[in-house]
Design a protein around this ligand. Structure first.
Ligand SMILES: *[C@@H]1O[C@H](CO)[C@@H](O)[C@H](O)[C@H]1NC(C)=O
Ligand SMILES: *[C@@H]1O[C@H](CO)[C@@H](O)[C@H](O)[C@H]1NC(C)=O
Ligand SMILES: *[C@@H]1O[C@H](CO)[C@@H](O)[C@H](O)[C@H]1NC(C)=O
Ligand SMILES: *[C@@H]1O[C@H](CO)[C@@H](O)[C@H](O)[C@H]1NC(C)=O
Ligand SMILES: *[C@@H]1O[C@H](CO)[C@@H](O)[C@H](O)[C@H]1NC(C)=O
Ligand SMILES: [Cu+2]
Length: 170
C-alpha cells in the first residue's frame, strides 16, 4: 500500500470522525489529502455537474424540530466547496416555534449540543422567504445546530448535522 501508519491512522481518524455526508460511498485520499472518488460513483458525474448547488437543508421538511438532520446529511451528501446550504424556517409567531442556526466550534460541542462557544449565524427571523443562505467556502468540518432552548432543539429535536465539503473535480 505504501501508506505510512501515521498517515493511515490520521486518515482513519478523520474518516471516522467526519464521515457524515459520505456514508455509503467509497472515497480515498492521496498524499496531499485530496479526496478521490473511486468505484461506485456514477460515471459522468463530474462532467454533468460542475456548478455549485443550492441545497435546502431538510429538503421539503425545511428546518424544524424532530427531523433527523444527521440522517438527511448522510443521504444527501457529499456536499462540495461553494455549495450553498439554505435553512428555511418560519419566523416565530403565536403558532410557530422559533428556530435559529449556529455554528459549533468543534466535534465535542457538536456531540453535546454545547452552545457556549457557538457562533450564531442566523437569527430566528432569518429563515423566512427564500431562507437563510450559508456558503461552504472552506475545506473544514462545519457543525450546524439550532440554538433554541439552550440546546434542547439540537439535542432532543435532532436539529444538528455536520458536513465537510469536498473539492469539486472538473
Ligand atoms: C483515483 O483512484 C482510482 C482507483 O484507486 C485510480 O485508478 C485513479 O487513478 C485515481 N485518480 C486520481 C486522480 O488519483
Ligand atoms: C464502492 O461502493 C459501491 C456501492 O456503493 C460498491 O458496489 C463497490 O464495490 C465499492 N467499491 C469498493 C472499491 O469498495
Ligand atoms: C438519526 O440518523 C442517524 C443516521 O442515520 C442515526 O445514526 C441516528 O440514530 C438517528 N437518530 C435518532 C435519534 O433516531
Ligand atoms: C469558490 O468561490 C470563490 C469565489 O467565487 C472562488 O474564488 C473559489 O475558487 C471557489 N472555490 C472552489 C473550490 O470552487
Ligand atoms: C404563523 O406562521 C405560520 C407559518 O408562516 C402561518 O401559517 C400562520 O398563519 C401564522 N400564524 C399567525 C397567527 O400569524
Ligand atoms: Cu429549532
Amino acid at each position: 500500500m505504501g501508506l505510512g501508519n501515521a498517515g493511515a491512522l490520521a486518515i482513519l481518524v478523520a474518516i471516522s470522525m467526519f464521515s457524515i455526508g459520505m456514508a455509503n460511498k467509497n472515497f480515498s485520499a492521496d498524499w496531499n489529502g485530496n479526496w478521490n472518488h473511486t468505484a461506485g460513483w456514477p460515471y459522468g458525474h463530474w462532467n454533468a455537474d460542475q456548478t455549485s448547488k443550492r441545497i435546502i437543508v431538510g429538503g421539503s421538511e425545511n428546518w424544524h424540530f424532530g427531523f433527523n438532520y444527521t440522517d438527511w446529511a448522510i443521504r444527501n451528501g457529499p456536499f462540495y466547496l461553494n455549495d450553498t446550504l439554505v435553512f428555511k424556517f418560519d419566523p416565530p409567531n403565536d403558532t410557530t416555534f422559533p428556530h435559529s442556526v449556529y455554528l459549533l466550534p468543534n466535534f465535542w460541542s457538536f456531540q453535546n449540543c454545547d452552545l457556549r462557544r457557538a457562533q450564531k449565524i442566523a437569527q430566528v427571523t432569518q429563515g423566512g422567504g427564500e431562507g437563510f443562505e450559508f456558503v461552504l467556502k472552506r475545506w473544514q468540518p462545519y457543525y450546524f445546530a439550532c440554538g433554541e432552548r439552550n440546546g434542547f432543539h439540537c439535542k432532543n429535536g435532532m436539529m444538528k448535522f455536520s458536513v465537510w465539503p469536498f473539492f469539486r473535480r472538473y
